[in-house]
Design a protein around this ligand. Structure first.
Ligand SMILES: [Mg+2]
Length: 406
């Protein structure tokens, strides 16, 4: 099998509402680049990439001369062909490599007639548990804003009733820490027996990180995710707080994983199939974590159905997956895959069983959302439409005002 072409299509798929986070917002839609890698036997492998609200089409087109004639089975060679560790200092292609790796695994699976999880050691579970992913948000068409503890609790209860979540993640770092603490406590009160996690995207000061951590020690926490920036910052908080710490920001490659093994700052490593450069590096990293008794979970950097499939195949094969996965998926109004959005059942999504990634693009949906991208364009992920001119500092001291309703 040989690669003959790579096509990339940028789509904008509506979210229920604009989602706020510590760096800015998702402005009411996800902009994602869909990748189709065509082989000489007529098979097409699928990949997907985010990119902070921007299209990555041109970057994928630039890979065609590198990969024309490449055998999709040669996954280790692929890494060195387009993203060797020193060349990458000049042309960081980790996220591009990830999308091409997804597509090559999809091609291999289709060629052999087996699902991707069978190429990764075989599944140890048939469905992957997910956490609800709770955001402060601006109002959207037919949905209310989420700003107050009451609105947040109402939203969490509705998601639990609809999808069966028993784990809830609050994306914070938007409002002052004391206000978000009040929101987190309201969730704990409203959802007894469920587990919680809080992620302010590393914008708290060390003092606030410790204060927040100590204030939630008695609650049913999975972990405190990136309360502060940096492995040294996490170590400082970890030394003083009796809640496990997790990160998806400062352990995203093997060098950083080694540093965290030698001197632990994070107890749980959140594996992102894009940030790590593919599904296979995540499986390798999970093996290192198993050896050194670090926890692992599946991270979400935003996804449509193709990326979600990579998260499901990853979650399926990790014996040491100790936590529910994250996904923005339930915030989407639609998907680009045949049949539309994959359903949750009991807080879980079934692992695709078809050949390869087990999902196929729906040409009609892709055309509709490519058109929406042409109409609306990208968006600046690191800006907040409700706070013109504002940008985040780390640690942040200019939080949004929770008394202001848009
Ligand atoms: Mg995070």
């Amino acid at each position: 099998m040989k690669i003959v072409d790579i096509r990339a299509t940028t789509v904008a798929v509506p979210l229920e509402a604009p989602l706020r986070h510590s760096n800015g917002a998702h402005w009411g839609r996800f902009v994602r680049t869909l990748v189709e890698v065509e082989a000489d036997n007529g098979l097409v492998g699928l990949g997907e990439m985010g990119g902070g609200g921007e299209s990555a089409e041109a970057a994928f087109r630039g890979l065609v001369p590198y990969l024309k004639g490449h055998d999709p089975f040669q996954l280790e060679a692929l890494r060195f062909k387009i993203a060797n560790p020193t060349a990458s200092l000049y042309n960081n292609r980790t996220q591009l490599l990830a999308a091409v790796e997804f597509a090559c695994l999809d091609l291999i699976g289709q060629h052999l007639g087996v699902p991707v999880h069978d190429l990764l050691g075989g599944r140890v579970r048939d469905a992957v548990p997910f956490a609800s992913y709770l955001f402060f948000r601006y109002p959207g068409e037919g949905v209310e804003e989420i700003r107050t503890p009451e609105q947040l609790v109402r939203h969490a209860r509705a998601l639990k009733a609809e999808h069966g979540f028993t784990v809830h993640k609050l994306k914070g770092g938007v409002f002052p820490p004391d206000y978000e603490l009040e929101c987190y406590r309201a969730l704990a009160d409203a959802l007894p027996g469920d587990r919680l996690r809080y992620d302010p995207n590393a914008v708290l000061s060390l003092a606030e990180g410790v204060r927040f951590g100590r204030a939630i020690e008695h609650l049913d926490n999975d972990y405190l995710e990136d309360p502060v920036f940096g492995l040294e910052g996490l170590r400082y908080v970890r030394d003083q707080v009796r809640v496990p710490l997790a990160t998806n920001t400062v352990v995203v490659n093997f060098e950083q994983l080694a540093a965290n093994v030698l001197r632990r700052g994070a107890d749980v490593v959140l594996l992102d199939t894009t940030f790590w450069g593919g599904i296979r590096p995540c499986v390798k990293a999970a093996g290192v974590c198993e050896t050194f008794q670090l926890g692992v979970a599946v991270h979400s950097s935003g996804e449509l159905g193709v990326q979600l499939a990579t998260m499901l195949h990853l979650g399926a094969v990790l014996p040491n997956l100790g936590y529910a996965a994250d996904a923005h998926y339930h915030q989407l109004r639609d998907d680009v895959i045949m049949g539309g959005k994959l359903p949750y059942s009991g807080g879980r999504i079934a692992v695709p069983q078809g050949p390869g990634l087990g999902v196929r693009l729906d040409p009609e949906r892709v055309a509709r959302y490519a058109e929406l991208y042409r109409e609306q364009g990208g968006y600046p992920y690191d800006r907040d439409p409700g706070r013109p001119g504002w940008y985040a500092q780390v640690p942040n001291e200019r939080f949004a005002d929770p008394t202001i309703s848009l």
